[in-house]
Design a protein around this ligand. Structure first.
Ligand code: ZN
Length: 308
């Protein structure tokens, strides 16, 4: 499932290439036909992310809420602007130009085909089950396979945001205190609380495992037994990892790498994490085999020696 950094990158990409444009909105698949009709021909006024949810505000107050869930992804066609100069680790985007496609979201991955097809028709015909197509003059975004895709009025959109815990990338300054309060008031294991989007928004399975390792914290400790300063440190560390993930598009969670090691890890995903995806392999710090177990239906990776 895409974690928060990916959704923030999508929000920023849309801010570059779709906000300020009057969009042709359609549902080639048909399942979102009524919603698309509400939005069609309206100007997109704003694009923001909170946790794993994307909120697109259209002229007239309509808000399109999208949650990609496990299988959703956006495909962008046409002009795809660079998010920040020199910052894209995977898709080394240069000047805005016509690209065949950039897919964002599916399976923790950003694929960049990086093939210029100047003679390809634009916009391309929708391929497969496209729930919604947002089309500006030069950029088209196709959404496939989302868990949620709905049009809300401003009050309902505000309510959807209010149900989410704080997100460091859309924080008004009170987020850290709020996360500490929510995390330390519950008897649920901290490994489960970090994945609870009402406690803190945007953390998925990879960041969860890595944050706990970086804090040397046992995932089974109940939230209310986590000291406030430890909960605060989790928030601060999440803020750092999220900002890095938004900047690079990659979840690189090892702080022990030098520049060469970081470059190698950007090329090879098996080098990116402390414990995630490494069940049975030796802990990079102490050599103990990394444990993989189920917690609330998701795989949890941790080191029983380092994380006490
Ligand atoms: Zn260890």
């Amino acid at each position: 499932m895409p974690e928060g950094h990916t959704v923030h990158r999508i929000a920023r990409q849309f801010d570059r290439d779709l906000v300020g444009h009057r969009l042709a909105v359609s549902s080639p698949q048909g399942r979102f036909a009524a919603g698309a009709a509400l939005l069609d021909g309206r100007e997109l006024l704003g694009s923001s992310a909170v946790g794993k949810q994307l909120f697109l505000t259209f002229e007239g107050g309509h808000v399109l809420r999208v949650h990609l869930g496990l299988y959703g992804a956006w495909d962008l066609h046409g002009v795809v602007s660079p998010l920040a100069e020199g910052s894209d680790a995977v898709a080394s985007l240069g000047a805005p130009r016509v690209r065949r496609s950039v897919r964002i979201g599916e399976e923790e991955r950003e694929r960049d085909d990086d093939v210029d097809v100047p003679d390809a028709p634009f916009p391309p015909a929708p391929v497969g089950q496209v729930r919604v197509r947002l089309a500006a003059e030069a950029t088209v975004a196709d959404l496939r396979g989302p868990t949620a895709c709905e049009v809300l009025d401003p009050a309902a959109a505000a309510l959807a945001v209010a149900r989410l815990g704080p997100d460091p990338a859309s924080d008004d300054g009170a987020g850290g205190d709020e996360m500490v309060r929510r995390l330390t008031s519950r008897g649920t294991p901290v490994g489960q609380l970090l994945m609870d989007q009402a406690v803190v928004a945007g953390i998925g399975n990879i960041y969860r495992a890595e944050l706990l390792y970086r804090a040397r914290l046992d995932p089974h400790v109940p939230g209310r037994r986590v000291p406030a300063e430890t909960a605060r440190a989790l928030w601060d560390d999440w803020s750092v990892l999220l900002a890095d993930g938004i900047r690079t598009g990659v979840m690189l969670t090892r702080e022990d790498l030098d520049d060469a090691g970081r470059a190698a890890a950007l090329r090879d995903r098996s080098l990116r994490h402390w414990v995630y995806g490494r069940g049975g392999e030796p802990c990079r710090t102490c050599g103990t085999p990394v444990v993989v177990e189920e917690m609330a239906g998701r795989k949890l990776y941790w080191c029983p020696t380092c994380q006490r």
